[in-house]
Design a binder for this molecule. Sequence first.
Ligand code: MN
Length: 135
Amino acid sequence: MAHLLMIEDHPHNLELMTYLLRAAGHEVTAAVTAELGLKAARECRPDLIVLDIQLPDATGFEVLDLLRLDPELHDVRVVAVTANAMVGDRDHALSAGFDGYLAKPIEPATFTRAIDSFLPSELRGHEPTPSWAGD
Ligand code: MN
């Protein structure tokens, strides 16, 4: 299991992602602005950050740059989540230095597996294995 930091201002998305990740056994810290997210990252030293690209006080790209400049957080894994995904968003996020990219809306059946794919095997969650999850 991992300690995950979700930086996401949309309450329903935040609630859904937190619920799914906790159900898979992960510890989750949540923040709703870039400022609070950076503060939380310094305090909780997460294994992975899930970072919304559109936050009220900054873009995810700006937050990523600040993380990469921080001597204690520069190598933290960071996955971008974007709404209204457009062709090219994924390449843009990866070339900016994100470790991964997910498009919203979050797909509940596959979300935790997608997050786990960005974690080393010893930090992955347990499979909730609901029958409707599919393969
Ligand atoms: Mn947002």
